[in-house]
Ligand binder design. Structure first.
Ligand code: NIG
Ligand code: FE
Length: 392
């Protein structure tokens, strides 16, 4: 952490939102960015010649469900044969099958499984990941998940931010009694999550068969932590609700139309788009990123990494999808996984390479920033620096 490291001979450095420096040197000291300068390194720094490659801030994945157990490859096969995500869920699969798998493991076992996912994310260039609970759906299992999120942050090179998603699905013990489950979430889980400090935000899955506007309102009324919401994935109207409740972010937004986007823009709700979930579910309708960008909204891109709708840890893949399926430019895509993602998490110390920011950076095996999105699923990550030290 105390090392003074200089990344020299950088082809292009993305310093801030859209600002690119050519032929720069990035200086790290004590885990922070000291400066980004033009020309060679001053003395006193250990120099790493990056050979004209591109350097960006470490990527930030602002929406994941990366703590989970088991896989849902069986459902993937069922979907390949024509079953839909909703049909599989209605048959007891989907989120609830991962809930069963997570409940079977103790914290240590769940950590071992999830650490693997954290390593995958790091290898894809992610240095900070938001990770949600939501596969426990009982007080102790939700807290177990959030403790694993905390441990990943402490015991791997990946930094983590926990989000409490107790309202992800109604667990089997409360089948037919959603309100009873929400009582448990609001009266028992929320106070524990807040007092233990294991989460920075709340989240809720607003969708037919899951949770509704009243449930979201109850969570918002606790005023305990910023509210994030899964909305408009399969049905619409959620963007207006997120705006009305003053949510920090509205995530998914595949079905959001012009009025919903305008409502989000007016209420300054940050849109978090998850195109890999559309892709992995084999659907066709991507969120209307272009309209959001034209409204000046800070569009965020995230993986939604989870075993059901989005089994990918790769933000570079998400950036490629953003460009080919949503008409975003490579620079807009990069900003979606760096500076805007930091905004979604309420963080000013990551997502930029500027004095004082965390020394988290990715060196890409290309001399052209656009190629980070242009190449699809190519292993372009050449090195990852975390807190000023080489992590990959
Ligand atoms: O964001 N939409 C709800 N939750 C996740 C999927 C979780 C799962 O299928 O396990 C999502 O897509
Ligand atoms: Fe999600």
């Amino acid at each position: 952490m105390s090392g003074r490291v200089a990344l020299t001979n950088c082809g292009e450095v993305l310093t801030n939102a859209g600002d690119v420096l050519h032929g720069g040197t990035v200086l790290f000291s004590s885990g922070r960015v000291v400066d980004v300068i033009v020309g060679p390194s001053p003395s006193g720094f250990e120099s790493v010649d990056v050979g004209g490659r591109v350097v960006t801030p470490g990527l930030i994945d602002a929406h994941t469900h990366a703590v989970y157990a088991g896989s849902r490859a069986n459902e993937y096969e069922m979907r390949a044969k024509g079953a839909t995500y909703q049909e599989i869920a209605a048959g007891g699969g989907g989120i609830l099958s991962t809930v069963r798998a997570v409940r079977e493991l103790d914290g240590e076992q769940l950590f071992a499984e999830s650490r693997k996912h954290a390593e995958w994310m790091l290898k894809c260039g992610t240095t900070t990941a938001e990770i949600k609970s939501g596969y426990g759906l009982a007080t102790l299992h939700e807290l177990k998940m959030l403790d694993v999120v905390r441990r990943i942050g402490e015991e791997t090179a990946l930094d983590t931010v926990g989000t409490f998603l107790g309202a992800h699905a109604v667990p089997p013990e409360f089948a037919g009694d959603r309100k009873g489950y929400m009582d448990l979430v609001v009266d028992e889980m929320v106070p524990l999550v807040v007092s233990t400090g294991v989460a920075s935000a709340f989240d809720i899955f607003v969708e037919e068969g899951y949770f509704d506007a009243d449930d979201a309102r109850r969570l918002a009324e606790t005023l305990a932590l910023p509210l994030r919401m899964h909305v408009d994935q399969f049905s619409s109207g959620g963007a207006q609700l997120a705006s009305e409740l003053g949510a920090a972010t509205a995530d998914h937004l595949e079905q959001t139309g012009p009025e919903g986007i305008e409502a989000l823009a007016d209420a300054r709700v940050v849109p978090v788009l998850l195109p890999a979930s559309v892709f992995c579910l084999g659907q066709k309708k991507y969120p209307d990123a272009r309209r959001m960008l034209d409204f000046g909204m800070p569009v965020v891109l995230a993986t939604d990494f989870n075993p059901g709708s989005s089994p990918t840890p790769s933000l570079p893949l998400v950036m490629s999808l953003a460009c080919t399926q949503m008409g975003m430019t490579p620079m807009e895509a990069l900003c979606g996984c760096t500076v805007n993602a930091a905004k979604a998490l309420g963080r000013g110390d990551i997502g930029v390479l500027a004095p004082g920011a965390k020394a988290d950076a990715v060196v890409w095996d290309t001399d052209d920033l656009s190629e980070v999105s242009y190449y699809v699923s190519a292993p372009l990550v050449w090195a990852v620096f975390k807190d000023g030290e080489r992590a990959v």
